[in-house]
Design a protein around this ligand. Structure first.
Ligand SMILES: NC(=O)c1ccc[n+]([C@@H]2O[C@H](COP(=O)([O-])OP(=O)(O)OC[C@H]3O[C@@H](n4cnc5c(N)ncnc54)[C@H](O)[C@@H]3O)[C@@H](O)[C@H]2O)c1
Length: 438
């Protein structure tokens, strides 16, 4: 899609036309064709516990996004007679209703479009569905974007979490499970011990800082209002249904298109990876067996560098990669993030004591992820071409390459042509009616 022009209003009241040339607008409400989506496997976790008597109506924020859609499918299909699931999502650029389409006919599943930063959206939903339990996943989740668009991260991740907590406090709630990340701990030097839940938080980028700030609000609501909160900090998660802005699905789709893998920096940073089906089991375990007031790491032992991800994917795609020459036929190094943590390393003993262990090896999880993207990756979210570029820029559901976005006129340049007035007609009329002049 291209050449979209939309009249908008500047905060000072002036009109301007923001030129939105050569962008892609994603539509998270569009469905893949009937024939295709029915062929998608119904992916969920494998655990099942005795349902909690105090939980019946469960709100899952961000339910049309990656991890939450797995959890929505899991709870809806595993506990059909006990839990009613309400997926609450604003349908941002990375969401897709395809992620939960399989549930559309289930009597215990409802989708509500709403924004966690809107106190009235949240209040309406809590009341309408008599919500007693909240799983809070909704967030701006892509670190790369947080370097360019950090206000959006603070707004959604901090203020949005605050709104949910405050509305939950007013409404009354049996359990509120807040999804955080291992990134709140910051960089862990090579050779240092794995961090436990009591380690200091030391975030280093705007995304992780916003998640750490949200955790402070969670902690305050736990102390001040005795809200029954549990916080979960997970390692990196991967698997089918992840929007292809993140490294694993992005690289799969690039290889699928026979394009080079775009590796930020030298490719040496490592991350620990948990398969989506395994995090679902971990969350189900924490929900049914965890203790209110506690924090749980969800930790894996699969620590993989970005370079290693390239090797493993090239191997799966049957492309020669062992010699440096062969490797560089398929890998292009780009500039790095402004700051990139070398590694995160968390200790999972506390959750292991509740009985959870990851079941899916990285090899196995990666194989099934590749298979899914080869079949559905090109159609699930619409045109992902711009998403696959090194540093895409996102505003709402509109996406540009960095170069295209850099070439756009800034708001101010576009707003104030030589003869443009700062005054809207309405403001001007009001002013003149009161006897004033410009
Ligand atoms: N993906 C990972 O590797 C990972 C690891 C650890 C923790 N987490 C955390 O898990 C959660 C989910 O991550 P994900 O990767 O599945 O994210 P995602 O980006 O795939 O999904 C986020 C969802 O939140 C929705 N959303 C965004 N802003 C919203 C708003 N204002 N109101 C309502 N909905 C809104 C989006 O539409 C989207 O569906 C996040 O809190 C993230 O910080 C993710």
């Amino acid at each position: 899609m291209s050449a979209v022009e939309s009249p908008e209003l500047l905060p000072n009241g002036a009109h301007y036309v923001k030129r939105r040339r050569d962008s892609t607008i994603l539509n998270p409400k569009s469905y893949v064709t009937a024939e295709l989506w029915k062929q998608a496997p119904v992916l969920k976790g494998s655990t099942k516990f005795e349902p909690l008597p105090e939980s019946r109506n469960i709100l899952i924020t961000g339910g049309a996004g990656f991890i939450a859609c797995w959890f929505v499918r899991h709870l809806t299909l595993t506990y059909p007679d006990h839990y009613n699931i309400v997926s609450f999502d604003k349908l941002d650029y990375c969401a897709s209703l395809n992620n939960t389409r399989i549930l559309d006919g289930c009597p215990n599943f409802t989708f509500e479009q709403g924004d966690i930063t809107s106190p009235s959206d949240v209040k309406k939903c809590l009341r309408k569905h008599k919500i007693d339990t909240i799983f809070h996943f909704a967030a701006q989740s892509h670190v790369d974007l947080s370097f360019g668009n950090s206000y959006q991260f603070t707004n959604t991740n901090v203020y949005g979490t605050h709104v949910l907590l405050e509305r939950a406090r007013e409404h009354g709630i049996a359990r509120f499970i807040h999804i955080s990340t291992d990134e709140v701990y910051g960089d862990v030097p090579i050779g240092a011990a794995d961090l436990s839940e009591t380690s200091l938080l030391a975030p280093t980028n705007p995304y992780s800082a916003s998640k750490a700030a949200a955790e402070m609000m969670v902690s305050a609501y736990r102390s001040s209002f005795k809200l029954p909160l549990i916080t979960v900090r997970s390692n990196n998660v991967y698997g089918p249904h992840q929007f292809p802005e993140k490294i694993i699905p992005k690289f799969i789709m690039l290889l699928q298109r026979k394009s080079k893998l775009l590796v930020h920096g030298d490719g040496s940073p490592t991350r620990r990876y948990v398969y989506a089906g395994d995090i679902v089991d971990a969350l189900d375990t924490i929900f049914h067996k965890g203790t209110i007031g506690q924090i749980y790491n969800i930790a894996s032992k699969d620590e993989i560098s970005n370079t290693d991800i390239c090797h493993r994917l090239l191997e799966i795609f049957g492309l020669p990669h062992k010699s440096p020459q062969d490797f560089l036929k398929w890998v292009q190094h780009t500039e790095d993030r402004p700051f990139n943590d070398q590694r995160y390393a968390t200790d999972g003993a506390k959750l292991a004591a509740l009985g959870w262990q990851p079941k899916t090896s990285f090899e196995e999880g990666l194989q099934s992820t590749v298979k899914w993207y080869q079949r559905f990756g090109e159609v699930w979210w619409g045109d992902i071409s711009r998403v696959l570029t090194p540093f895409p820029v996102v505003e709402g559901t509109e996406i540009w390459t960095k170069e295209e976005h850099d070439a756009l006129p800034s708001d101010e340049e576009t707003a104030l042509g030589e003869n443009d007035s700062l005054w809207t007609t309405k403001a001007l009329n009001n002013l003149q009616a009161s006897g004033g002049t410009v």
